[in-house]
Design a binder for this molecule. Structure first.
Ligand SMILES: [Zn+2]
Length: 301
């Protein structure tokens, strides 16, 4: 497992704007500008698409940089964000040097876009890892997001790029977070056309369709010429997850790990969602065990 390590902000600034990271770093210190004695920084106003001005005041900035109310900033939040992104960078480096690595990133990242927190995410760790691997190897990198929620932040960061391929497998967002993205007709823009794939699944659809979708995602990445992979490893597709949107079993996670492990690509697995259930840890062990089994058997006699 990759440890956290101080890498500075450079890997983060490849996928987020300077002003957003500055906002995250100073939000706690500037909380009195919102209201004296605040216990945490949360938005009360939200910038909508037609509201384009970047305001100087803190109430406006909080709403500009937060998509919902799931990302309160407290005294140690920024330190946690940097540590989590550091784990992702280390996982990326280890994936390139040793073949694969798992990063237990907390807070998670895949709902964070270049300038916005949301869905418990501040910095997009999977995007940081992918951009870091891309920097290290110079080749195209794929991201396969298997979290039950669409990786909307990751999609938006790379939507106009063809050097990082984004695929997300998730529960149909028409009645499920993140609601506003994650549909099949979102295929990328400009140079990125044909480099984004969304696979929304019928709710409670189970193992078989989840695994078929992973095969499809791997084929898509292969057809786009990726040379390394980031797995945005959410475990909330579990049949026992409180989200209850897909019904993947522990055997399903084992099989998913085996399939992704059977690819030849250096792979960084970055922890995304996974809500509390008795089987959460077992599902992680099953996925990583399946992945490792495929890698070690391929290298065997
Ligand atoms: Zn999730």
């Amino acid at each position: 497992m990759a440890a956290s390590h101080a890498h500075g902000q450079e890997p983060i600034l490849r996928v987020h704007s300077q002003r957003y990271i500055q906002f995250l770093s100073e939000a706690w210190a500037r909380r009195d500008e919102i209201e004296p004695g605040l216990e945490h920084v949360l938005p009360s106003h939200f910038a909508r698409p037609q509201m384009m001005r970047y305001p100087s005041g803190m109430i406006g900035r909080v709403g500009f940089h937060m998509a919902d109310t799931s990302t309160p900033i407290l005294e140690t939040t920024f330190a946690a964000i940097l540590a989590s992104a550091g784990v992702a960078v280390n996982a990326a480096e280890e994936a390139v040097s040793a073949g694969y690595a798992y990063g237990l990133c907390r807070p998670p990242g895949h709902h964070a876009s270049a300038e916005s927190a949301g869905g418990f995410c501040f910095v997009n760790n999977s995007a940081v890892a992918a951009a870091h691997i891309q920097q290290l190897i110079g080749g195209r990198v794929g991201i396969i997001d298997v979290d039950v929620h669409h990786g909307n932040g990751t999609q938006s960061i790379f939507y106009q790029r063809d050097d990082i391929v984004t695929v997300s497998i998730h529960a149909d967002p028409s009645t499920f977070m993140p609601y506003y993205a994650g549909y099949e007709d979102e295929i990328g823009e400009g140079a990125g056309v044909g480099f984004n794939l969304n696979i929304p699944l019928k709710h409670r659809s189970g193992d078989a369709i989840y695994l078929e979708s992973i095969d499809h995602a791997i084929e898509f990445c292969a057809s786009r010429g990726v040379e390394a992979l980031v797995v945005a490893l959410g475990l909330d597709a579990s049949e026992h997850d409180p989200n209850g949107a897909l019904s993947v079993t522990t055997q399903g996670f084992l099989a998913a790990g085996r399939r992704l492990g059977a690819t030849k690509w250096p792979t960084a697995m970055i922890q995304e969602g996974g809500y509390l259930s008795d089987i959460l840890g077992e599902n992680l062990i099953a996925f990583l065990g399946g992945f490792e089994e495929s890698r070690t058997s391929r290298d065997g006699p």
